[in-house]
Design a protein around this ligand. Sequence first.
Ligand code: 5GP
Ligand code: MG
Length: 186
Amino acid sequence: MQADIDRILITRQQIAERVRELALRITADHSPPILDAGEITIVPILTGAVIFTADLIRHMPLAMKIGLITVSSYPGAAVQSKGAQLLGRQLGDIRGRHVLVVDDILDSGGTLRMVVPLLQQYGPAGVKTCVLLRKDRPAARDVPVDYVGFDIPDQFVVGYGLDYDDYYRNLPEIVTLRPSAMGKSP
Ligand code: 5GP
Ligand code: MG
């Protein structure tokens, strides 16, 4: 695994600091007097957002429920989006609730463009979006997002939940892979 890493883009300390800042802002935005009616449901987009969400919500002292949605856009060993595909959902009742969608990375924007209208169909009080990473490309900047952790260059990254062929999600940093690591399993 370690030999497959090309460059560390964001260290675990940088991630931890930024996650805490985002959580503080989200908590303030979902507390009185800004919001005083309706509880929040956090909806991580599986699988990539699980680690980010787990760290984020432990800094958010709010009454919350968790809903799940599974979307695949980089199936298998793909390093470019093949289009967002909805694989499953387990949302609970989000009618009248404030929904916060959490994703690992905003790239083409296809995922959020599919997920947000889908959630709106259930009559929530509102839907906000949070991504840990946003790629520096026009398509990503065209999608409105409420909370962004880091803007990064338009490169394929793994770690902290993000995968290549479902591996590397457990790396604590955001990294790029050596070309030799792509096309083989670790
Ligand atoms: P979008 O739908 O915005 O194109 O891409 C969002 C999804 O694509 C993310 O949730 C993530 O699963 C996947 N993705 C996009 N860019 C990357 C990347 O650089 N690395 C990895 N591992 N996944 C990515
Ligand atoms: Mg994803």
